[in-house]
Design a protein around this ligand. Structure first.
Ligand code: ANZ
Ligand code: ZN
Length: 840
């Protein structure tokens, strides 16, 4: 057949790989190892283009590494716990487990149609008791290792999902899933001591050379190490047992620019004052409703409440500063109180202007030194200290040290390091998660479930009619006797944040014994993950938790390495144009068609406005479902399109033209393959041979660097040259090698070709073509031959030919002799490797 038919071929090879166990990783292999991992999906129901792109990239690398002789671990599984399953249970009245497993089944078969080289024998779902039971065992290990504790704390409460959210899950003051305004509540919660590892998590970032700089920076900012001075301002009049206000500042050098002191709404002093002041109590309430992220604190309107109290400046007993309660001061950072320096801090400046407070310059921008600061932009740059008594003339750094030294020697403050990172609250008042394996006993307190009683399995008979936690409401599940004293006790009804599930799945992929979470010896063979690929949306959440979890397990002797992911790649998104009705409602790409230059709704011909190219998302309806595309064009064309059109870190705009181009390219490959299937062409084609070897080497380098679009460009060049070349033994070799070069990208057609060539075995198992290094350097050059400055001929000669040789060859040229037409040669100018000019 002249056409490649993916419908038959795709399935045939997918089955062959499966029955041969081609991609099952061997724990006992003596080959070098490579662990290629893509972030496992949440089983929402359908594979989307983002998944296709992500997994295609990982797949190319995994297949390529196998061909290079590595033992490759390339697993796939399901991040299967979480809210959407419960939402489905409430909306559609299906059990979350049933909904999840049905989704997994359909997404698994979708992934299989793309021919990904996954080791399906290691597939896992975090909702399997075999998985979460081992997670419970690890939780108990961490509990016994002192890395888990329970405390009453103000939590972010999502009133729609009726659950607690981690700080990371609150975006712009709203729940990351529900989008509902988050409230503050006090609840007893389980925490993991990630802050014990703050310094180490920060220091480790320096070693992660294979991570994008931007991700490292995001983690650094999240961990947020600040060094400064913690000191107190004495209250002019003590308020009961409170005699001073403790503040933390990274800018003690600006202490003479202080203009006010501000307290958080839930600061103990605020609370005390609010007890006697209704207006203040109302103001504090109002502050708590506001957002808590850095970005929000920057942008929201600064509001304050003058308490009427004053404090004394620590370096000038005659100087009194007013005390405000301010909405931009957080209780859970530093000490929950600050001193404001309006001239050098924008928030403080906005605040000072609003309340008419003094604005005193204490750092000179190099020109101005006057004490009165009139601008509306705080100066935060470097400079000399001014208007600051004994600090005058110092640099910012020197003044900071001087103030810290003075505070310490006089005993009113001390050098302090403050972290933005908070311990990780992992309690969720939800059903569909890993039950926290703890039993509460009135006499013994919290007792871990004995390991031989794990897993603590979720009950199946639950009801979702009422909001809140079904485990709490279940008639019998939580009632159990205390494992220590035997008295009636209660199970913990909170489940673990699903980010716990994804904090160690890569370990379980490497080793999954029945009787423990993993075998550290086997894990050691595979980890760290050689290449991790996923979305940048996980730059902080998942990646920080996984780094923490690995360290935590190492600290209790379960592992002997700290960093789980050696290299990280964050791929761009798949985007699509957006379409809208006249009334502004969204239309999906398959509801519209192009009518000349304009777009129209297919059903009624009404006009369509086209919008920006944006990430494919259900909310904007600009989603293209991969399934029908795969059915129409086959897996290889889809895979090839995912790799070819954009650099992998950039967004990839989906286009019909693009996928069609890929489809045509697959057919071009096929025509080449069938043409040489049983060719006995003879003769050399040195240029083509050279191109082949350059391509083999170049594509290898590009794939290794995940520069797939560059690899594709090189393959295009080779194919173009092959198509133009005459039959020869070199051409046959080039085409047969081409099957191996493209095999990681378009594995189905490559297998088909491999069989066509009469090769035994699978191309997936074939070695990557060898490179003849000597063919990589250009050893021939083309020389221009001019007569009186005019180009008359070109000759190809060995690089570095001598002047004499070049002169002789030039004069021997027939075209040159013709143009000389018997004239006398006066002089021959030779520029080696470039040109020969004959002067007559
Ligand atoms: C005086 C000052 C003067 C400040 C100046 C800054 C600039 P980072 O670097 O993020 O740690 N701050 C301290 N605790 C706070 C809280 N609970 N809520 C809101 N703001 C707080 O920021 C440290 C700075 O943030 C501290 O230094 C303090 O303001 C403020 F020209 O003190 B600074
Ligand atoms: Zn007990």
């Amino acid at each position: 057949d002249q056409r490649f038919n993916p419908l038959a071929a795709d399935k045939r090879w997918q089955e062959r790989w499966a029955t041969a166990g081609t991609f099952e990783a061997d724990d006992a292999s003596s080959k070098p190892r490579s662990y290629v991992l893509e972030m496992f999906p949440y089983p929402s129901g359908r594979i989307h283009m983002g998944h296709v792109r992500n997994y295609t990239m990982g797949d190319v690398l995994a297949r390529f590494r196998r061909m290079q002789g590595y033992e490759v671990l390339h697993p796939m599984g399901w991040d299967a716990f979480g809210m959407p399953a419960e939402n489905a249970a409430m909306e559609k009245k299906v059990h979350p487990g049933e909904w999840t497993r049905a989704n997994i089944a359909s997404m698994r078969s979708q992934l299989k149609t793309l021919g990904f080289a996954f080791d399906w024998s290691r597939e896992l779902a975090t909702c399997d008791p075999e998985y979460y039971g081992q997670e419970q065992a690890l939780f108990i290990d961490l509990f016994e290792g002192g890395l888990v504790y329970r405390k009453e704390s103000a939590v972010n409460w999502d009133p729609v999902d009726m659950t607690v959210l981690a700080n990371e899950q609150v975006i712009d003051g709203k729940g990351w899933r529900s989008g509902a305004q988050v409230e503050k509540r006090k609840l007893s919660q389980w925490f993991l001591k990630i802050t014990d590892f703050a310094e180490d998590l920060l220091a480790g970032l320096d070693e992660l050379k294979g991570w994008p700089e931007k991700v490292r920076l995001m983690q650094e900012n999240w961990i947020g190490k600040s060094q400064g001075l913690q000191f107190h301002f004495a209250l002019a009049e003590a308020q009961g047992d409170i005699a001073s206000v403790e503040v933390f500042s990274t800018r003690p050098d600006t202490i003479f620019g202080a203009s006010f002191v501000a307290l958080a709404a839930d600061h103990p002093l605020t609370q005390k004052l609010a007890g006697q002041n209704e207006a203040l109590a109302a103001f504090a309430e109002q502050c708590k409703a506001g957002g808590t992220t850095a970005a929000e604190l920057e942008t929201m309107e600064k509001k304050g409440f003058d308490t009427g109290l004053t404090v004394t400046h620590p370096l000038d007993p005659d100087w009194q500063l007013p005390v405000y309660v301010a909405n931009f001061v957080l209780m859970d950072y530093g000490t929950g109180a600050v001193f404001g320096v309006p001239a050098h801090d924008q928030r403080d400046l906005d605040f000072a202007r609003k309340y008419g407070l003094p604005v005193k310059r204490v750092v000179s921008d190099g020109e101005e030194t006057a004490a009165e600061y009139v601008g509306n932009e705080a100066y935060t740059g470097p400079g000399k200290i001014v208007n600051s008594a004994f600090l005058d003339g110092m640099t910012v750094e020197a003044a900071q040290q001087t103030v810290i030294d003075r505070a310490q020697s006089e005993g009113w403050g001390k050098a302090q390091t403050t972290w933005r990172l908070r311990d990780w609250g992992v309690s969720r008042q939800r059903y569909w998660g890993t039950p926290i394996p703890i039993i509460h006993c009135d006499d013994c307190g919290p007792v871990p479930v004995p390991k031989d009683q794990l897993p603590v399995v979720l009950p199946e008979d639950i009801d979702f009619e009422t909001p809140g936690n079904p485990l709490e409401r279940h008639a019998t599940w939580k009632h159990i006797d205390c494992p220590k004293c035997g008295k009636a006790a209660r199970r913990e009804t909170d489940t673990l944040d699903t980010f716990v599930d994804s904090s160690w799945y890569f370990l379980r992929f490497a080793s999954q014994p029945d009787d423990r979470p993993f075998d550290p010896e086997v894990v050691k063979q595979w980890l760290p993950v050689t290449q991790y690929i996923g979305g940048v949306e996980h730059a902080i959440l998942h990646l920080l938790y996984a780094r923490f979890w690995t360290r935590a397990l190492a600290s209790i002797g379960k592992l002997d390495f700290a960093e789980p992911f050696e290299s990280l790649f964050t791929q761009g998104m798949v985007t699509h144009e957006t379409y809208k009705h006249g009334d502004g409602s969204w239309l999906s790409p398959d509801e519209v068609e192009k009518n000349g230059a304009d777009w129209a709704v297919i059903s009624d011909g009404s006009p369509v406005t086209t919008g920006r190219v944006e990430k494919m998302s259900k909310s904007k309806k600009n989603v293209v479902d991969p399934d029908p595309i795969i059915e129409q064009y086959g897996a290889d064309a889809v895979r090839f399109f995912m790799l070819s059109d954009s650099p992998p870190e950039r967004d990839l705009p989906w286009s019909e033209a693009g996928i069609e181009g890929s489809w045509r390219f697959v057919q071009r490959l096929w025509r080449l393959f069938i043409a040489v299937a049983d060719s006995s062409d003879e003769g050399e084609d040195k240029a083509l041979r050279r191109k082949l070897h350059q391509t083999v080497a170049g594509v290898a380098g590009d794939v290794e660097a995940l520069s797939f679009n560059k690899a594709v460009a090189k393959i295009f060049e080779l194919v173009n040259l092959i198509e133009k070349s005459q039959p020869s033994a070199d051409r046959t070799t080039a085409i047969k090698s081409l099957a191996r070069i493209v095999a990681p990208m378009v594995p189905h057609i490559a297998e088909e070709a491999w069989a066509l060539f009469g090769e035994t075995g699978l191309v997936a198992d074939a070695p990557w073509p060898e490179v003849d290094e000597s063919l990589l350097v250009e050893d021939e050059v083309t020389i221009a031959i001019q007569v009186r400055g005019k180009l008359r001929d070109t000759i190809t000669v060995a690089k570095g030919s001598s002047k004499e040789q070049l002169e002789e060859l030039a004069l021997a040229s027939e075209k040159v002799q013709r143009s000389l037409d018997g004239a006398e040669v006066k002089k021959v100018i030779v520029v080696p490797d470039r040109l020969v000019n004959i002067v007559i």
